[in-house]
Structure formats: C-alpha cells, structure tokens
Design a protein around this ligand. Structure first.
Ligand SMILES: [Zn+2]
Length: 405
C-alpha cells in the first residue's frame, strides 16, 4: 500500500531537513524495513500500541530473544529494525500494523518475526550482506512459526505472504522465500521428531535433516591448533562458541556459517579479500554478498558470478571444534565450493550441538588460501607457495590476539 504522494513528499522533506549527510531513498511501499542510518533522525516517537507491543514481546520471550532492543512506534510503513552499534530499534507503524492484524494476521506475525529474526541473529543490518541476512531471516521465520504454532502448515505461511507486496521482493523473490521457509520449518520438525534420541546426530539418515549440514572437509587447508588455554573455562560446546563467534564478529566476520561434524561443529568465515601482507581489504572490497541456507541454481544464479572483477588473494577460516578425527575427502576447493559452504551453512549453533559437554575437544583452525590470477580471473585454491602459514594468517587477521587476555 502506497502512501499518498503528498505525505511522502512531506515525509521526505522532513528527512531532508533533519538529515543533510545521507541520501534519501525511503520507499514506504515495503513492509519490514531494514537498516537505515537516516531513520535515527526521522520522526518515530509516536504513541505506543499495547496490543502490538504485547505481541512482539510474547514472541520474543517464547523464542528466547533476550537481546535488549527498544520498540518505537514510527512513521515508517510497516515494521522495521535498525541497528546502532550494540542496540537494535524495532520500529512499527501502529496504524499500518493494526490494519494488517485485522486483514492478514498471519502476515502481521510473519513481519514481527522478520524483525525479531534480524535481532535474534545479531544481524548487521547494512547493505554489505543484505541478501544473506534477508535469506537467513526467512529460514528463521519457518523455524519460529513452527515453534510458536502460528501456522498449521508451511503452505499457510506462504499464502500469507504471497498476496502482499512484501519486503523488497527484488532482493529475495518469492520462490526463494518459500524454499527458505520450508527449510526452516523442516529443520525444527526433524528435531522434534527425533526428540532426545541419544546419538541421533551421528545417524546418517538423520544427518540429512539436521539443523546443520555436514561439513565436507576437502581441499588443502593449512592447520593450526588453537591453544587450549584460551578455552580453559569452557564446559560445553556452546561456551566455545560464545568465545569464538563474538571474537570473529568483532573483527568484521559478522556472517558466520555453521556446519556439523561428528563430535562437534565447524564455524566458517566468509571468503575475504586480502592484500599481499595478509591484511583484509577495507569496505565492500573485502566481501561479496551471497544468500544463506538455500539452493539457488536456476532462481537467482548467484553461483554463475564466479568470475571476480580483479586479480587478488582471498582466504577463508574454518574452526573445527571436535573430539573426533574428521576424515578428509579428495579434491580442491574452488570459488564455487567456497561460496556454497557459506551459502548453505547454518547461522547459529543449534541447541542439540551446543549442549554437548566438552570431553577432549580441540579447536583446529583450517586456513584456505585462494588466488585469482589475472589470466583466468577464476578463484582457485593455493596448495603450494601460500602467502603465509596458518598461524600468521590468524595473527594478520587479528584472530589470535583477540583471545589473549
Ligand atoms: Zn529484513
């Protein structure tokens, strides 16, 4: 639903008056707004709506989202979330959302879950990894909707969103959203069905329905075992994650991918571009955006863009946390595989794995180095003459120092 032009003009005028430094491209057509720094200066302090707030907190509590976030009734059209360093603001338009609760209550719930998902997953909410973050959100909605019982089937969810212009469909087309909703829905379904069945994570048949895909160790990574003294106080695999992932996020690796391995899990960083001194490039040159948790061939064809714009060096860290031997399979890792790892991994450590008690676990860092030669401009793994040893890469990336007291 579009606002009348004159309101939009007025709205934009207010924005222009209050924000001189940023470009204005607010299209209020889209429900569930993403980040926008300029929104901090827009008028959003309206009267709160108790019914909407209650709904939001009901979901947040049931889903265990304890991260502090503030709710503000705002002038944006729909629901949105923006992030300010450590704090999230959840914005909602009380008139719009009320209307939606009457006309399409399930969509209203989905929109609330959408914003909560960004908060729950600690998203950056800026445009660098927009496709990945948005796609992670839809998987989350599938899981949360199942857990909260707000829909009886995943098809009901699909119907709720299909007849409504919704959240930047040019970024994530509907077929892709459906696939992600289904994936999220099915992953929780699998957990509930296997219900406390000891050892079920190691069962080959169950692995297909795990909340995390199984890591296929391949290529020629260099290894470095992280000193165990860094993890002295850890009791469960979740404790290790709560040291590793914030340390990585602080260094800019905000988009982590989780995989399952027998006895534990793997955290992967995205492929980052580095210079010859082993330092990450700045800004957008460091990363490429990619979707999370789906198979997208034929839909958006992300994988076709394997040819990179310029020659350069790239790397990827994988942190393997396990007390078992992980077999290595043959083959090299090329750009396509590296990116598919990041696309298909989970966004967080599922409870089933997180609760495992530490019992002889080690944390091994695998370092994959890639090169994009000028001649082919295709990313290939460097198995000889690597720029640095794994330990030095960890130092250059700031990772090793981040664990030092
Ligand atoms: Zn979003």
């Amino acid at each position: 639903m579009r606002l009348p032009k004159w309101i939009l003009t007025l709205y934009i005028s207010i924005l222009v008056i209050s924000v001189s430094h940023s470009q204005i491209d607010v299209d209020t057509t889209y429900k569930s707004l993403y980040n926008s720094l300029y929104l901090y200066d827009t008028p959003y302090e309206f009267r709160a709506d108790p019914e909407i707030e209650e709904r939001i907190f009901f979901f947040a509590n049931r889903l265990g989202i304890f991260t502090s976030f503030e709710q503000k009734s705002s002038s944006i059209n729909g629901i949105g979330v923006i992030q300010d360093s450590s704090r999230y603001l959840l914005l909602y338009n009380r008139v719009e959302v009320k209307k939606l609760i009457r006309n399409n209550p399930l969509l209203a719930d989905v929109m609330i879950l959408h914003s909560l998902a960004h908060i729950a997953r600690g998203h950056q909410c800026d445009d660098v990894f927009r496709i990945r973050e948005e796609s992670a959100v839809f998987k989350y909605i599938g899981q949360a909707a199942y857990q909260l019982g707000i829909a009886k089937t995943v098809e009901e969810l699909q119907q709720a969103i299909e007849n409504d212009e919704y959240a930047y469909s040019f970024i994530l087309p509907l077929p892709l959203r459906y696939e992600l909703l289904q994936k999220g829905w099915a992953s929780i379904d699998a957990i509930i069905k296997s219900n406390d069945n000891l050892g079920y994570l190691d069962n080959k048949n169950v692995q297909e329905n795990l909340p995390l895909p199984v890591f296929n160790k391949t290529g020629c990574p260099q290894r470095y075992k992280l000193p165990l003294l860094y993890f002295n106080n850890c009791k469960t695999l979740a404790d290790i994650d709560s040291l590793l992932s914030p340390a990585l996020k602080k260094l800019g690796y905000t988009q982590l991918s989780y995989y399952y391995v027998p006895g534990g899990y793997v955290i992967l960083t995205p492929v980052e571009q580095i210079n010859q001194n082993g330092k990450a490039l700045q800004g957008k040159e460091r990363w490429q955006d990619y979707p999370a948790g789906g198979r997208f061939e034929g839909i958006m064809d992300y994988l076709s863009s394997l040819v990179l714009p310029r020659p350069g060096y790239f790397r990827l860290f994988a942190f393997v946390v396990t007390n078992q031997f992980i077999e290595k399979n043959d083959g090299k890792v090329d750009g396509k595989i590296a990116r598919s790892w990041l696309e298909n991994g989970g966004d967080w450590l599922p409870r089933e794995i997180a609760e495992i008690k530490i019992d002889g676990h080690h944390i091994t860092s695998l370092l994959y180095e890639f090169e994009v030669p000028e001649s082919t401009q295709k990313m290939s793994e460097r198995c000889t003459n690597q720029l640095f040893k794994a330990e030095q890469h960890l130092k250059h990336a700031g990772i090793l120092n981040s664990f030092l007291p």
